[in-house]
Design a protein around this ligand. Structure first.
Ligand code: BES
Ligand code: ZN
Length: 919
């Protein structure tokens, strides 16, 4: 995983290329393993059955040639003790070659049995890849993408599918009473013939799988159990979710979500679960969100534990989504897996799409779509605009861990969504059926998915396939006209992208609304944009219309008016009020607010609030924004509270940043200030209505805590009102009132969502005009800490909220928090809360003197040797320097990257991001 000081001059990290793919000559077709777990040392014995790769064609195999067996192994993690082939002890040099990343067995015959014995030290594994210790203590594994090679020598690539037939775990019974692996439990018992107190379990997984889906867990765990009977087969599946015993009461929501996922996949795709057991284990220290290991998912506690005292509504939503995601992988990922890691989007893009559809069906489809697009724009568009831009099927990587990206995942999901838009929901289902019919049990490429969709629907998707090889966000420009004489409405679309294979096939959903009545003249229709420029003509349109373009965000593109024309704000205002497409209705309000924020940023003296600035208040854009805001705020008829809340929420700092395309002149503080000023102006203008809405939502509160869409939406809308109200805080009186409101919100809160929301407001109050506010703020910060009572996930929130506070001395605060006894770089969640939170804080991270960048660099230096996967992820905050004015910020950010590049040793993960960031 890392390059050590000794070989830093001699060994450059190697880059792997997609087009270099070669099938294996020899594979491991079956494996038995024995884990002897002891404090400070675990011995792993493996028996591997070697076979000629059955996928090879006859003329790909020369019976007279030498066929070496190449096993991957990471010498920083494993020590080789012994190798035997068919009972004979092998000698280094004569029979095998060993280097820091490989064990090569010379020409073993097909049909031979290879045995290895290695030792590993999970207790020292801070990288959290391979077998490691998490708090509890417990042992657990993370093998995707390349963790299995940190456990034993093996062809650690997804096209080696093997039956893991007999996995034996042995450990101390008192400390590790629960022993789990994939598949079914064959046998368990006490070890009688050795010293006291040890026990074992033997597991077997009948489904062939790649090594990245392997898992074991050993620990003292609490659990909840349930069962599910599949349909139509009627298989009874035992469901268990394990966690630290003290958290077991927080597992019920995950269990319900699991059963809902099982139902949904049966109903929507006819897919049933295929083992008699489904286990999930929650672990404290985990690099990612969760992992779909066959029959034994391992979850970051943050995505499985949920109860009203500790989880916010978004936490609940994420638990449901992640449980669904990992469950859906059982078919899209496990039964049909990836041939090589360049195909990652085959399983991840598809499974993200499936989890999005699941969440949409369980809650509100429009809300889910809004959240999905917000996320895509803020992180994926940003990635595509920077040095890590890559296509959803990348061409090369140094560290695969760096390619679990918003592009592969979220843009990948958009590509899948486009198939569905093109062939319809039923056509998509037919394509999925054919995909499973053809490829169940194999490791395939994205091309196979495309062929299944194309063949099942009898359509030509060859041009569509360009999406897989095109990085960057395509731009589509539009222009339209209407002739009352010919009754023709004409739309001209022009695309530009980084495609090297000609134009992309882009589905553009549109609708047309009557310009006066708002009546839908053309309901949602999908246009196939295939040429660079294409003219679409609509006949028999007997009145002028307002088009609603890119409905439901039918393609991951930027849609802008042709020839640099500015957007028609009048049309946006119209759509904000009347569009029948829920997504576009919201989109129009966002576009108007964006335009207003940019005007404020460019025109006004940004240090003043807009109160009383008559010229501004009478501007057209302001009027449109205000009308839309008021209409939403005063809409007491709808109980679709989440939609109302999203319509009232201004576009995020991330999505605003991404919309500026002046090349190198983004000023994050100016964006932040302008956004803040628009927010305050709206708050002042509608103070009375906001308070009225807030109060009425308070009165409507559920007596009992519920997590249904209506209750979640009600809390969200109420908290949006609270944020606006708290932003009115210039004078002493205003500051006192805002603090009192937030404090009361906190004190009367009956759930974590409201506590977090109140603390968020308070954390940014500087008491500049009212010193007492500082006491209120600090008192609630302290109370939140005490009420957390040591709960790790609540403490994560405590760190994150403070790290994101808008306070002048934020850097000193974050530095102090880093020294807090509850802070540790070893736990990824904690690290992301404080350090990740800080990198998302425009005032702190982007402070003009560069101290924010410097601080992050120094943390990365400390973190990289501990956990390369987390350090490289956090380092991406620094690689966007080209966006910012070089003299004021770009240079400072770049300097820190240059400092980082000198780090020795440096992990491959961090090296890749830093060097791409510098080029
Ligand atoms: N297979 C991944 C987990 C993973 C990613 C392991 C990278 C190792 C390296 C899993 O299915 C996944 O995608 N998890 C996501 C959450 C999901 C809801 C998008 C994650 O962990 O963030
Ligand atoms: Zn996944």
């Amino acid at each position: 995983m890392s390059t050590t000081t000794d070989d830093v001059d001699t060994k450059k990290p190697t880059e792997i290329f997609r087009l270099d793919y070669k099938p294996l000559d020899l594979i491991v077709s079956k494996i038995n393993m024995d884990f002897n777990i002891r404090d400070g040392k675990t011995i792993v014995e493996s028996e591997m059955f070697i076979e000629k790769n059955p996928k090879l064609l006859e003329n790909d195999w020369d019976p007279n040639a030498i066929h070496d067996l190449v096993l991957d192994g990471d010498e920083t993690s494993i020590t080789l003790l012994e190798v035997t082939l068919d009972g004979k002890v092998l000698k280094e040099g004569d029979d095998y070659a060993l280097d820091s990343t490989k064990l090569i067995i010379k020409n073993p015959p097909s049909g031979s049995l290879l045995k290895t014995r290695v030792s590993i030290v999970p207790e020292d594994n801070t990288q959290l890849s391979g077998l490691y210790q998490s708090s509890g203590p417990m042992y657990c594994t993370q093998c995707e993408a390349m963790g299995f090679r940190r456990i034993t020598y093996y062809p650690d690539r997804p096209d080696n599918m093997a039956v893991f037939e007999r996995i034996r775990l042995e450990a101390d019974k008192e400390n590790y009473p629960i022993l789990l692996s994939n598949g079914n439990l064959l046998e368990e018992g006490d070890v009688v013939d050795t010293e006291d107190g040890r026990h074992y379990a033997i597991w077997s997984d009948p489904y062939p799988k790649p090594s990245y889906l392997f898992a074991i867990v050993a620990g003292k765990l609490g659990k909840i159990s349930d069962s599910y009977t599949t349909s139509p087969s009627g298989r009874k599946v035992d469901l268990n979710i394990y966690s630290d015993p003290k958290d077991a009461h927080k597992l019920q929501y995950a269990m319900t979500s699991l059963k809902n996922s099982m139902d949904w996949d049966q109903t929507r795709y006819g897919l049933e679960y295929d083992l008699d057991l489904y286990n999930i284990v929650a672990v404290d220290s985990f690099n990612m969100g969760a992992m779909e290991n066959k029959g034994l998912n391992v979850f970051n506690t943050a995505y499985v534990l949920a109860d009203p005292e500790t989880a916010t509504d978004s936490d609940y939503e994420r638990v449901e989504a992640v449980i669904g995601h990992e469950y859906f992988h059982n078919w899209t990922g496990n039964r049909v897996t990836c041939r090589d890691w360049f195909q990652l989007t085959l399983k991840e893009g598809l499974t993200v799409f499936r989890d999005q559809e699941f969440s949409g069906d369980m809650n509100s489809a429009a809300v889910k779509r809004i959240e999905g697009v917000q996320m895509l724009r803020a992180s994926q568009f940003a990635q595509d605009a920077g040095p890590m831009s890559h296509s959803i099927r990348p061409n090369s990587y140094i560290s695969m861990d760096n390619f679990y990206t918003a592009t592969v995942y979220n843009k990948g999901a958009e590509i899948i969504r486009m198939y569905q838009t093109l062939v319809g929901v039923d056509g998509f289902r037919k394509g999925m059926d054919l995909y499973f019919e053809r490829h169940d049990g194999s490791a395939v490429t994205c091309d196979e998915f495309l062929s299944a969709m194309s063949d099942a629907n009898n359509i030509d998707l060859s041009q569509f396939s360009n999406w897989y090889s095109t990085p960057g966000t395509p731009i589509v420009t539009y222009e339209h006209s209407y002739s009352s004489d010919t009754k023709k409405w004409t739309l001209t679309l022009t695309q530009s992208s980084e495609s090297t294979l000609g134009p992309l096939h882009i589905p553009i959903s549109i609708g047309l609304l009557d310009k006066t009545s708002g009546e839908e003249v053309l309901s949602t229709t999908v246009l196939n944009l295939k040429e660079e420029t294409q003219v679409f003509e609509f006949d028999d349109i007997d009145r002028d219309v307002i088009p609603s373009l890119l409905r439901g965000f039918s393609a991951p593109i930027k849609l802008i008016p042709a020839d640099g024309a500015s957007v028609d704000e009048k049309a946006l205002a119209y759509l904000a009020a009347r569009d029948t497409d829920g997504f576009n209705k919201w989109e129009s309000t966002q576009a108007l607010s964006t335009s207003l924020i940019f005007q404020v940023m460019n025109d006004s003296d940004d240090s003043v609030e807009l109160l009383g600035d008559d010229a501004f208040y009478s501007s057209k854009t302001w009027t449109y924004v205000q009308e839309a805001f008021e209409r939403t705020l005063e809409n007491y008829d709808s109980n679709d509270y989440s939609i109302l809340a999203y319509a009232l929420t201004l576009p995020s700092q991330g999505s605003l940043t991404e919309l500026i395309d002046t090349g190198d002149d983004v000023d994050p503080i100016a964006i932040h200030t302008a956004r803040g000023n628009v927010k305050k102006s709206l708050a002042r203008k509608f103070q009375i209505q906001l308070k009225k809405r807030y109060d009425s939502l308070t009165d409507d509160g559920d007596v009992e805590f519920k997590v249904d869409s209506t209750s979640i939406g009600r809390r969200l809308l109420r908290n949006v009102c609270l944020q606006y109200l708290c932003s009115i805080s210039t004078t002493e009186e205003e500051q006192t009132i805002a603090a009192a409101l937030a404090k009361n919100h906190y004190e009367t809160a009956t759930c974590m969502t409201d506590k977090v929301s109140a603390l968020n407001c308070l954390a940014s109050m500087d008491g500049s005009a009212a010193a007492s506010v500082v006491n209120d703020r600090d008192e609630i910060i302290q109370r939140f800490y005490e009420e957390a009572n040591g709960d790790a996930l609540v403490l994560d929130k405590w760190f994150a909220i403070q790290a994101m506070a808008d306070l002048p001395d934020i850097l000193d605060r974050v530095k102090a928090l880093k020294e807090h006894p509850d802070f540790t770089l070893k736990n990824p969640n904690r690290c992301r809360s404080l350090i990740g939170g800080f990198t998302a804080n425009p005032g702190g991270f982007h402070a003009a003197n560069g101290d924010g960048y410097k601080f992050v660099r120094s943390v990365l230096e400390e973190l990289d040797p501990i956990n390369a996967s987390v350090s490289s992820r956090l380092s991406s905050s620094l690689i966007t320097w080209k966006k910012y004015n070089f003299e004021s910020r770009g240079k400072l950010m770049k300097n820190e990257l240059e400092e980082l590049s000198k780090l020795t040793p440096i992990s491959d993960d961090l090296f890749e991001i830093v060097s791409k960031g510098l080029n």
